[in-house]
Design a protein around this ligand. Structure first.
Ligand code: TEU
Ligand code: CA
Length: 546
């Protein structure tokens, strides 16, 4: 496999609204991020995925952009953004900008023009349809944020498509002028020295609207290859596409080396598998290791030699990793470290979502009024109108609501966790007095230093980057284990995914294995035996001696 500069890099995702507030208005901002670059350099990460900071009316916290080449006033200025890019680069950290081009804000000049008349030159930048015979929406397509995916425009008597909020009209990617505008914008950002792009719902831009085939439309890959050749393909930028619909076969189309499309995609099988078939994310299914292992193994195996995996437990749309896959209580630290070791010892690019490195947890606001996320608020109303109880919806929001990931970053135990000297835009998780960066920095055995070690190991041991994934102990109901093999090097990774003490019987051919324990969350283990006693959530990686 052709080696890439970013293959041994780890990505840190920043949700700017909740990372660090530098001017006391309760909203995180770019100067706040700049003030924490030394902290990120110390962690060792080399890429930052920066969620949107562009001008936006913030209907969806910035994923509704009104100007792709200006910075939202609450986040700062373009000069500050350029300073962030420069100061990060001085620390060998490269910025991945969030590219949100499946839709714009309804305040984007293109849409304002489009609304003026049917023959406005920008009308065809969006997707319009005549009403159905009954005067209603053209079809029953449902928005991801509730309600119809069609909004009526009185002036023209037509409907426009919005897969997300009514204030996020979809762009018409069948229009070559849209291609040209977006490519030019991307090239201007690349010229500012960014490291690449994270691409929002990129699997939706090839939508076949009248067939209601939104994801994986027939032109999708041609559009991405065209984008590659017109912009980032000319350099060695990193690109990661968000693709909720992706299968391993799709991922090979997106990230196959000879495909000239993307570096990798975010696929969500290990997330969706715990969503209820009918109620979706609003009713969680209990975590179950066997099917979880099967999904991870499927992706590790399918992209073994072709393509490249992205590795993540959470992001700004998902619940906190330790709450979803670990233990928030007695074993919060042990399980957070186990989840870190497991993720960083798989093959692909690991992503750390802000706060994951200190084991931040989900939040449980008592009332719906404390929530801010448009998806949670809209679906709460819609489901209650359909007869779902308040209690059940609050349970769903507590388990899978997006605000779980968006509570302010917990820097120390001062008021509002040191995130702001003002009133935070969303309530700080009350456990910040215990869970915060200052406490983690002061505790040599903290989750934070465990992440720092994993990031460093990735730069020291090629087996962690290029080693083949080979499952072991596949049938074990509580342990997820595998080998990474590269040339003569073998790394054994064993993870107890439960709070139980376990006696793990070691397969005969592995019983005398010994070597160097690269990382563990209990006492280091440098040799196996007939069986070993595993502690709750115990996890270690053993580099097998020659
Ligand atoms: O997310 C796509 C998406 O489908 C999720 O928003 C959705 O919430 C899903 O149910 C996961 O929980 C992307 C961005 O990541 C998200 O923040 C934006 O809201 C969305 O696109 C629209 O831009
Ligand atoms: Ca601020």
């Amino acid at each position: 496999m052709e080696k890439k500069w970013w293959h041994n890099a780890v990505v840190y995702q920043i949700y700017p609204r909740s990372f660090m507030d530098s001017n006391g208005d309760g909203i995180g901002d770019i100067n706040g991020i700049i003030s924490k670059l030394d902290y990120l350099q110390q962690l060792g990460i080399n890429l930052i995925w920066l969620s949107p900071v562009y001008r936006s009316p913030m209907d969806d916290n910035g994923y509704d952009i009104s100007d792709y080449e200006d910075i939202a006033a609450e986040f700062g200025t373009m000069a500050q953004m350029e300073s962030l890019i420069a100061q990060a680069k001085q620390r060998d950290i490269h910025i991945l900008m969030d590219l949100v081009v499946n839709h714009t804000s309804d305040e984007h000049p293109w849409f304002i023009e489009a609304l003026k008349s049917k023959d406005n030159p920008y009308r065809d930048f969006y997707i319009w349809r005549k009403p159905a015979a009954d005067g209603g929406p053209p079809n029953d397509f449902h928005s991801y944020f509730g309600g119809s995916g069609w909004a009526f425009d009185e002036a023209s008597g037509e409907y426009y498509l919005h897969q997300f909020s009514v204030r996020q009209p979809d762009l018409n990617w069948e229009n070559p002028r849209v291609h040209a505008e977006v490519h030019a914008m991307m090239n201007r950002w690349l010229a500012k020295g960014i490291g690449g792009f994270r691409m929002d719902v990129i699997d939706l831009i090839g939508k076949e609207v009248d067939a209601q085939k939104m994801a994986n439309g027939k032109n999708l890959h041609a559009l991405i290859r065209q984008m590659n050749r017109a912009t980032f393909g000319k350099g060695d930028a990193v690109t990661v596409g968000e693709a909720w619909s992706a299968t391993p076969a799709d991922a090979l189309l997106y990230s196959g080396v000879e495909r000239e499309e993307l570096s990798m995609v975010f696929q969500f099988d290990h997330i969706k598998q715990f969503w209820d078939e009918h109620a979706g994310k609003w009713r969680s299914k209990p975590f179950e290791l066997a099917s979880f292992k099967a999904v991870i193994e499927k992706w590790q195996t399918a992209l073994a030699h072709q393509g490249w995996n992205s590795l993540f437990w959470s992001n700004h749309d998902l619940p906190r990793a330790v709450s979803k896959f670990g233990d928030e209580g007695e074993f919060r630290v042990a399980s957070a470290k186990m989840l870190a070791t497991a993720l960083h010892c798989l093959k692909g690019t690991p992503y750390i979502y802000q706060g994951e490195e200190i084991g931040m947890t989900n939040v449980r606001y008592e009332t719906i009024d404390e929530y801010r996320d448009i998806e949670s608020l809209n679906l709460y109303q819609e489901r209650l109108a359909e007869g779902v109880s308040h209690e059940e919806m609050m349970q769903g929001i507590h388990a899978n609501g997006r605000d779980n990931a968006r509570t302010p970053m917990q820097w120390d135990d001062s008021p509002n966790a040191g995130f702001t000297t003002g009133t935070p835009w969303i309530t700080v998780n009350p456990n910040y007095r215990e869970i915060n960066v200052a406490a983690a920095l002061a505790e040599p055995d903290s989750i934070l230093w465990h992440y720092q070690k994993l990031v460093a190991l990735r730069k020291q041991y090629p087996v962690l980057v290029y080693g083949d994934f080979q499952p072991v102990l596949r049938e074990h109901p509580q342990v997820f284990a595998w080998l990474r093999a590269l040339d003569s090097e073998r790394l054994l990774v064993i993870n107890n995914f439960t709070a139980e003490h376990l006696t793990l019987d070691i397969p005969h051919q592995m019983q005398n294995w010994h070597g160097e324990c690269l990382i563990s969350n209990y006492a280091p283990r440098d040799r196996l035996a007939v069986s070993i006693e595993l502690q709750p959530y115990e996890s270690f990686a053993l580099l097998i001696g020659r």
